[in-house]
Design a protein around this ligand. Structure first.
Ligand SMILES: [Zn+2]
Length: 87
């Protein structure tokens, strides 16, 4: 269980994406933009998830989050590079 800051928690939206880096709606490869386009984190039926917005079609999707992913997200936010959270 990752101790996710409440300010980064949002209601679960979008659809589950098993492929993680490829948008389930339009197949766009989000590899390099995933953390910049992370809208937040939620508690889902499958566990803690990271919610990402596709930078091409703007549809949200989610996948499992691990400690490393969350730490990278925090670094991106601290660097002022996240689209939804500015420090
Ligand atoms: Zn898309």
């Amino acid at each position: 269980m990752i101790d996710i800051d409440l300010k980064y928690k949002i209601p679960l939206i979008g659809k589950y994406n098993r492929r993680v880096i490829k948008c389930p709606h339009c197949d766009y490869d989000m590899m390099s933009k995933m953390f910049q386009n992370t809208r937040g984190f939620a508690d889902a039926y499958i566990g803690q998830v990271q919610i990402v917005e596709c930078s091409k079609c703007f549809e949200p999707y989610y996948h499992h989050v691990n400690e490393t992913n969350y730490e990278v997200f925090l670094e991106i936010v601290a660097a002022g590079e996240n689209k939804f959270f500015n420090t």
